[in-house]
Write a protein that binds this ligand. Sequence first.
Ligand code: 2HA
Ligand code: ZN
Length: 275
Amino acid sequence: MKVLEAPFVQGFMRMADDGWQQGWHERNGGNLSYRIKHEEIESVREDLKASGEWEPIGTVVPALAEEYFLVTGSGKYFRNVQRDPEDSICIIELDSAGERYRILWGLANGGRPTSELPSHLMNLEVKKKQNEEYRVVYHCHATNIIALTFVLPLQDEVFTRELWEMATECPVVFPDGVGVVEWMVPGGRRIAEATSRLMERYDVAIWAHHGMFCAGKDFDLTFGLAHTVEKAAEILVKMLSMRPDKRQTISPDNFRDLAADFHVTLPERFLYEKR
Ligand code: 2HA
Ligand code: ZN
């Protein structure tokens, strides 16, 4: 099969376009990666060709050695993924040490995988060790989440609780909560390490004054997660714009009742009493 006919590639392109339509990918903002299944890479094998040299990833991910990934290209625009995928995205393979990659398809006019490749691969490695079914890592510049990083304390507990309170379904969609990374230079190993540490606990990591990272088992779940978090952030921004406090809200005991009925575990550290 041709790469562009494969369902996993179609799903990847649809997700990129969905993010663009949401307004989360100005210019070349954001990036997306997918850890390809064995049968999926075999289904497109005839269309793959090693075009360049092995290049360093910028970090080491031994648990992902010899795996294949579909990723957006550095400097490429989400706006163009659906229209010109061969120029915008690529399939890469990792070497046997998980230290280097090479391009097997895509980036037809040259280029490199996303500048956030270290973060994507380190997150995918953490998630794979937890649960083999995790395959998607998504980074977007969601507007309202970024806005909140200027007014809320950069603490996991506060972000999680405030987002949970904005929509009843939030604690059901992300019961583990969200983590927050203080401002750091993007693109390197340091921010990748900080993010992947948070991914040991959460499926969502917020980058202060920058955006968010989400991890999930498939495109629907991962996009849906980002969408739910950003929607809650939008409600919080609207609420804070109307008045600085809440007249009424969902209480810690309300959350405990919800957890019991929906069969989710909500860590007590998020259900603190507010002063
Ligand atoms: O430009 O979003 O974090 C791509 C990015 C870097
Ligand atoms: Zn970014």
